[in-house]
Design a binder for this molecule. Sequence first.
Ligand SMILES: Cc1cc2nc3c(=O)[nH]c(=O)nc-3n(C[C@H](O)[C@H](O)[C@H](O)COP(=O)(O)OP(=O)(O)OC[C@H]3O[C@@H](n4cnc5c(N)ncnc54)[C@H](O)[C@@H]3O)c2cc1C
Length: 386
Amino acid sequence: MDHRLSPELEELRRTVEEFAHDVVAPRIGDFYERHEFPYEIVREMGRMGLFGLPFPEEYGGMGGDYLALGLVLEELARVDSSVAITLEAGVSLGAMPIHLFGTEEQKRTWLPRLCSGEVLGAFGLTEPDGGSDAGATRTTARLDEATDEWVINGSKCFITNSGTDITGLVTVTAVTGHKPDGRPLISAIIVPSGTPGFTVAAPYSKVGWNASDTRELSFSDVRVPAANLLGEAGRGYAQFLRILDEGRIAIAALATGLAQGCVDESVKYAKERHAFGRPIGANQAIQFKIADMEMKAHTARLAWRDAASRLVAGEPFKKQAALAKLHSSTVAVDNARDATQVHGGYGFMNEYPVARMWRDSKILEIGEGTSEVQRMLIARELGLAG
Ligand SMILES: Cc1cc2nc3c(=O)[nH]c(=O)nc-3n(C[C@H](O)[C@H](O)[C@H](O)COP(=O)(O)OP(=O)(O)OC[C@H]3O[C@@H](n4cnc5c(N)ncnc54)[C@H](O)[C@@H]3O)c2cc1C
């Protein structure tokens, strides 16, 4: 497999690298400290076409693929993870389910606005009583045949992009029936923002990703047309497993970006900072630490690109996606810890990007499947699960 980028992909990578340095880096720290969603930056990302990257041009997309999306996420996260996760969730969780499973009408209604970044989409799977065990969904949707509407009741938690001023929809998973053996049939249903009975709580106070939007949602007799069903009734579980498999590649690319950003900042600082009459980077202990960080970022990059290439080629990629997500999130946490150490006391000051990277790294071992869940998936692919 050739891991070098085509000239088009290299140009995309460079364009986003410049955007991250020139537009995101100088401004994001203030948004982060104020826990404020960076609307202007997100609007600019929309103008660049980033929200439409892996979608067909006929729906307003750029006609790219998951490799292109991963490159963009990596470059953004090298500088800041809040904008990267806003893009990741908007594309992989908000728009992708509609692209993969939507009817022609659903695609025409939603994709052009989602691709332009004019509206953001969200995906509501996790509930207060369980995230890893998504089969334990308690939210219900009952079809009211008299009005041809779904009536939704329940709640969701930790949902990214669900409460911004530009959020247009949340696709929620809900129990719509039961199999003969009693197991729940889960379906995915599009709920437009502002639907009566659909309440979005205030943003959480989070450890990291502070310039991104994460909320708890509740549904009290929320009525949406029967036509808002996404894909087939009862297939919601299989659908979101597919969405999460793909999303893991995106999170792995994002984690790789954070790991690389830690290297970038550490190299710079090790040359500037002097101790005992010479740059701290002249010490082999610091050099070796940064060399190890670079090794980890590099192998994480190979892992997510391998999984993305398999996905793009239409080959099985489940195990590679889980491997990439597990490895890259582990090295992101490692590199964030080591970059902070290289920065000494300044690494503990929020004005330094590595402090933000440290706070943003831990969630990568949790979101879109914890590290334990990745290990379960890998073991299952190895034929070990019971
Ligand atoms: C900032 C943020 C944004 C998020 N965005 C979204 C979003 O947009 N949409 C969405 O649907 N969700 C979202 N999530 C939810 C996220 O995906 C879940 O938090 C995650 O999947 C873990 O679920 P949980 O928090 O319920 O933990 P639990 O499932 O309760 O797990 C708790 C611990 O137990 C471990 N564990 C559980 N089962 C096992 C097992 N069988 N064997 C070994 N260990 C196990 C887990 O690995 C974990 O360490 C987000 C979360 C955060 C924090």
